[in-house]
Design a protein around this ligand. Structure first.
Ligand SMILES: [Ca+2]
Ligand SMILES: [Ca+2]
Ligand SMILES: [Ca+2]
Length: 625
């Protein structure tokens, strides 16, 4: 009995076939490029960037977005992460990761330096573009202002990086600047390092953002797209939302039909057409990482966007073809002063292993030998291999930190990870549930002595729990650090429609904040508990049919796992969250797993039904079979 999505089964079969044939999964194909672009590549990541020195680079003529570091496409293991149509003009459509300074759209946003000091016909500084001539109205970012001087650009290209320099000869009534940017690719990361200098005689405050046109494998923005921040954000009711199309009159009415907010996440519920922009603010005094994640739970692609500098706010604008979290950075510079900051994009697909530098989708000796041949190399050195510079330190050298990062994921495979432990429950007799991997047998407690508990399961045999005191005890599991990604999966079939919640398993020690509890709750839904926090999946599983369940921990911030980092799957389908109470995950020791047992029978009763094929993985990708 297998209830598995057709797509999942095809993927498993296709990958198994490749393995059987001794082939490796396909490398990312070269991008079909736009005109006037170049390619940066590292490992399985391919980035396409506009070349400002090409006459075909359409962005040269744009007066809003900068031609500096104009990333058009990002592809990891052949999967696309950005919206980027091939045809069109610089101001008539948008795509990729264009950069703009000083949108000046809201009362709280700066206009371009010099604009408001001047009168019609005077110059102003559009950073990243050049010196333009203002008209008699208020600044409008989409207006085509006459050019006084377009900034001069140079670009120095290497296979894994490009260095842009942008300079001006004149000034706009004393306002002037110098801009540098390095774009670097490393394995699964795209890094943008900026230097902005005030070369004029007047101070200015400027605001930079990237219009991140995120789109996963061409899928529309709708259900299964989730946008997550590492903090519980607020929106500012004093701010009038921008209405880009003029078609939507009420942000509340329009937004409610399209997305819902859960703690620190926005979940898109319906296909988005053109949602008004919303502004997201951090809690007062927030000092944690400056990042956000966009993911598609169906394609299992994820992009994490991090800034080195605190954001002042994040604007979110969505259409049915893209979702753009725009992280705004404000820089105030006195004459002669300069600021350095960076943005990092980390890409992930469901079968990517970041430490796999060779692109064969497994971390093994070939990665180690690539790393050793690149040992202590730096960019520009012979043998420099950016795909080996994998540690989180942006140090541009292959050294012990990278070796340690590789060792941590040794033998890790993308796509079809092996479970750490696998209880098939096919025994038919006895009081031991053997672990297919051999390390962690389970002991049957309080079961009948006549072997009547060994019944037909979802896959061969299964184990019948009486709902009174039966449980399987597994001790001495490897105690992964709490932030380590992990997944547990099982098949279940309840004996009857439950009137109260029933515990599927508890993992960890008995105090409530010291274990995970997975249950079928009183509303017959799959519920994950840890302490006071919980997450509930949408689909009902509390019937008397077989269901495949998976719960995965996939932390957004490595050392700070939270309830919102829990992913729930039912019958091989990622689940929209039905209910969530955000908390930090504080469990420190997870060496004991009890299947079917209730630690607190008042809160959740013992399991009454059949459980089969329990698996434990140390990756966040569930094996959905
Ligand atoms: Ca490899
Ligand atoms: Ca390094
Ligand atoms: Ca079985």
């Amino acid at each position: 009995m297998v209830v598995m999505s057709r797509a999942a089964s095809i993927r498993v079969v296709a990958t198994s076939l490749l393995w059987a044939l001794g082939a490796v999964p396909a490398q990312a194909q070269p991008l079909p490029v736009h005109s006037g672009t170049r390619i940066l590549q590292s490992g399985s990541l391919v980035i396409e960037i506009g070349d400002p020195e090409s006459v075909e680079c359409r962005w040269n003529k744009g007066l809003r977005f900068s031609p500096v570091a104009n990333v058009l496409r990002a592809q990891l293991r052949g999967q696309e992460f950005l919206y980027s149509p091939v045809a069109g003009g610089a101001l008539s459509y948008l795509g990729g990761l264009p950069m703009e300074f000083d949108i000046g759209q809201e009362a709280f946003q700066p206009d371009p330096p010099g604009y408001n000091e001047g009168k019609s016909g005077d110059p102003f500084l559009k950073i990243g573009v050049g010196i333009l001539r203002r008209d008699g109205g208020a600044y409008n970012f989409s207006a085509n202002y006459p050019v006084i001087e377009l900034a001069r650009m140079t670009a120095a290209w290497q296979p894994d990086r490009v260095h842009f320099v942008q300079t001006l000869t004149g000034t706009a009534n004393g306002y002037c600047c110098y801009l540098e940017e390095d774009v670097i690719v490393k394995n699964d990361r795209l890094i943008m390092n900026y230097l902005l200098r005030n070369t004029g005689s007047k101070p200015f405050t400027t605001e930079q953002y990237l219009h991140d046109f995120v789109c996963f494998s061409g899928r529309s923005v709708g259900p299964n797209v989730r946008l997550t921040f590492p903090y519980d954000f607020t929106t500012n009711p004093a701010v009038t939302p921008w209405q880009p199309s003029g078609r939507i009159r009420s942000i509340m009415a329009a937004a409610a039909a399209v997305y819902t907010r859960i703690a620190n996440s926005i979940e898109f519920m319906d296909k988005a057409s053109s949602v008004p922009k919303i502004w997201i603010y951090k809690p007062e005094g927030y000092a944690g990482p400056e990042l956000c994640a966009v993911e598609h739970t169906e394609t299992q692609q994820r992009i994490v966007i991090e800034t080195s500098f605190p954001t002042v706010y994040v604007g979110i604008w969505t259409t049915d073809y893209q979702v753009s979290p725009e992280q705004f950075l404000q820089v105030a510079l006195a004459p002669g002063a300069e600021a350095r900051f960076s943005r990092t994009y980390t890409f992930r697909t469901n079968d990517s292993v970041p430490q796999d530098g060779t692109g064969d989708n497994t971390v093994n000796g070939t990665d180690l030998s690539l790393l050793s041949s690149s040992w202590l190399r730096r960019p520009g050195d012979e043998g420099w291999e950016p795909a080996c510079d994998i540690s989180s330190v942006k140090d541009d050298v292959v050294d012990l930190r990278d070796f340690a990062a590789l060792a941590c994921q040794w033998r890790q495979e993308g796509g079809l990870p092996s479970p750490l432990a696998h209880w098939k429950l096919d025994e038919t007799t006895g009081t031991t549930a053997s672990d297919e991997r051999g390390q962690h047998p389970g002991m049957l407690r309080n079961f009948p002595t006549d072997n009547s508990q060994w019944v037909v399961g979802a896959s061969a045999g299964g184990l019948r729990f009486d709902g009174i005191d039966d449980y399987v005890e597994i001790s001495h599991l490897p105690n992964m650090p709490i932030e380590h990604p992990r997944t547990i999966t099982a098949w279940i079939k309840l004996d009857s429609i439950p009137a109260a919640s029933q515990t599927l398993l508890v993992w960890g020690a008995q105090p409530p904040a010291e274990h995970w509890r997975l249950e079928v709750d009183a509303n017959r839904r799959l519920r994950f508990f840890c302490g006071a926090g919980y997450a509930v999946a949408s689909r009902v599983v509390g019937d008397t049919q077989w269901h495949h369940l998976a719960v995965a921990l996939d932390p957004l911030v490595a050392n700070h796992p939270r309830i919102s980092d829990i992913r729930l799957y039912v019958d091989a389908r990622p689940q929209a969250i039905y209910e969530l109470n955000e908390q930090d995950l504080t469990v420190t020791a997870m060496e004991d797993l009890k299947v079917g047992a209730a630690y607190d029978p008042v809160a959740s009763q013992a399991f009454n039904g059949i459980i089969d094929d329990v698996r434990l993985y140390d990756t966040p990708q569930p094996h959905l079979s």
